[in-house]
Design a protein around this ligand. Structure first.
Ligand SMILES: [Zn+2]
Ligand SMILES: [Zn+2]
Length: 369
C-alpha cells in the first residue's frame, strides 16, 4: 500500500517527506494506522548524526494508533486495538532480558541500529523501489506502518491517543528514571536539568512521589511557569545564574538525586556538583557519541556518591506502559499540559528548526487525521 512518511536520507539535512510503498505485515507483525506521533529530542540527535543509525530510515519513535490488520500468528493484538508502539523490543532470550533488563536487550540490538524488523528485513520501499529502513522499530512519522506485534502495547480505547503516543518514549523514560532507577522516597530532595518531554515527566513523577524540594533547572527562563505548573518548588535559569551554590543553599548541602535530561556535558558537570553525600547523579539525556567530561573522582568514594545512567527508564514495556496509562487515567500526570502544540506532517522541518533553536516548550505532536 502507499503511505506517507518522513524519511531521514542525509545527516544534518531537512527530512524528506515521501510517498512510500509498504508491504503487508508478515508473521507476528501488525499494520498500524498512527494517529499521533510525538517529536522527541532523540529524533533530532539522530538527524544531526549525534546518535548513529543506518539510513535512509522513516523517522519517529513515539507513536500511538489503531491496528488495521494483523499478520499470521498474532496473539497480542487484533484489528481495532488501540496501541502504543515501543522502540525497544526485548527479545526475552538474551543475557540482559534474562536478568530482567529488557530495556537494554542485546538480542534485537543489531536490527534496532540497522533499521530492520525482527526477521532482519524491511517492509518499506521508496518510489524507485529502493529499500528504506524502519526507525527504531516504530517509524512513527508515517501515517501507516508495519511493526512487530511484540513492540505494540494495547491500551484502553478511552485513553486519548494524543497522550498515548507519549507513552512510547518520554513518559516511561521520565517516570522509570524516578521509580526504577532512583527509587525516590517521600522527602528526598531532587533537582532536574532540562525541561523537555523527559525532564517534565521526571519532575512530575518526583512531585507525585512526594520528593521535596523539587528544583527545576533550564537555560530558558520562559520555562519557569511550566516548571511551577508541573509542581516544582523552585526554578533556576542556568543561563542567568549558577545553579550549584543556589541548590546547595536550598538543600543545606546538596540534593539526594540530580537528574540530567538533556545530554549536555556542561549540565552533567553542574548536576554532579550539586549532589550531597550519599547522593546520586542520574544521567538520562543522550550525549553526542564522542563527548567526554572531566569530573573530580575522590568525592565519589569519600562522599558515597554514585553516577548512574539509564535507558528507557529501565522499564519493562509490557508491565510498565499499561501501568503508566492507568496512572495517567487516575492521577494528574499533566499530559494535557505536556502536549502544547499539534502539527501537520508537512511542517516537520519547521518543528526541527524550532527544537534545534530551543523554541519548543512541552511536547509537540504530529496529528495524522
Ligand atoms: Zn524519545
Ligand atoms: Zn533480549
Amino acid at each position: 500500500m502507499k503511505i506517507k512518511g518522513v524519511v531521514l536520507r542525509e545527516i544534518n539535512q531537512p527530512y524528506s517527506i515521501e510517498e512510500l510503498e509498504l508491504e503487508p505485515p508478515k508473521e507476528k507483525e501488525a499494520l498500524v494506522r498512527y494517529v499521533y506521533t510525538g517529536y522527541c529530542h532523540s529524533d533530532l540527535h539522530n538527524l544531526l548524526g549525534e546518535v548513529r543509525m543506518a539510513i535512509p530510515l522513516v523517522a519517529g519513535h513515539e507513536a500511538a494508533g489503531v491496528v488495521e490488520e494483523v499478520g499470521p500468528g498474532c496473539t497480542r493484538v487484533k484489528k481495532g486495538d488501540h496501541v502504543v508502539a515501543t522502540w525497544m523490543i526485548p527479545c526475552g532470550k538474551c543475557p540482559k532480558c534474562l536478568k530482567g533488563m529488557g530495556n537494554i536487550c542485546s538480542g534485537n540490538f543489531d536490527n534496532f541500529v540497522n533499521g530492520m524488523l525482527l526477521d532482519g528485513t524491511s517492509r518499506i520501499k521508496d518510489k524507485n523501489g529502493n529499500m528504506v529502513r524502519h526507525g527504531n522499530f516504530v517509524s512513527g512519522l508515517s501515517n501507516y506502518m508495519v511493526v512487530p506485534e511484540s513492540g505494540l502495547i494495547p491500551i484502553p480505547r478511552d485513553f486519548p491517543l494524543e497522550y498515548a503516543c507519549l507513552m512510547g518514549c518520554c513518559v516511561p523514560t521520565g517516570w522509570g528514571s524516578v521509580t526504577h532507577c532512583a527509587k525516590i522516597q517521600p522527602g528526598d530532595s531532587v533537582a532536574i536539568w532540562g525541561l523537555g518531554g523527559i525532564g517534565l515527566n521526571i519532575l512530575r513523577a518526583a512531585v507525585l512521589r512526594q520528593a521535596h524540594p523539587v528544583i527545576a533547572v533550564d537555560l530558558d527562563e520562559s520555562k519557569g511557569d511550566l516548571a511551577l505548573e508541573f509542581g516544582a518548588t523552585h526554578f533556576i535559569c542556568n543561563s542567568k545564574e549558577d545553579p550549584v551554590p543556589r541548590i546547595q543553599q536550598l538543600t543545606h548541602g546538596g540534593v539526594d538525586f540530580a537528574f540530567e535530561a538533556i545530554g549536555d556535558p556542561g549540565a552533567i558537570v553542574q548536576a554532579y556538583w550539586t549532589i550531597t553525600s550519599g547522593g546520586k547523579l542520574i544521567v538520562v539525556g543522550i550525549t553526542p557519541a564522542d563527548e567526554v567530561t572531566h569530573l573530580p573522582l575522590q568525592v565519589l568514594a569519600f562522599g558515597n556518591k554514585s553516577i548512574l545512567g539509564n535507558l528507557y527508564g529501565m522499564v519493562s514495556t509490557d508491565v510498565d506502559i499499561p501501568k503508566l496509562v492507568h496512572l495517567a487515567m487516575t492521577q494528574d500526570l499533566k499530559l494535557d499540559k505536556l502536549v502544547t502544540h499539534k502539527f501537520r506532517v508537512d511542517e516537520i522541518n519547521e518543528v526541527v528548526h524550532k527544537m534545534h533553536h530551543g523554541q519548543i516548550r512541552g511536547r509537540w505532536v504530529c496529528a495524522w487525521e
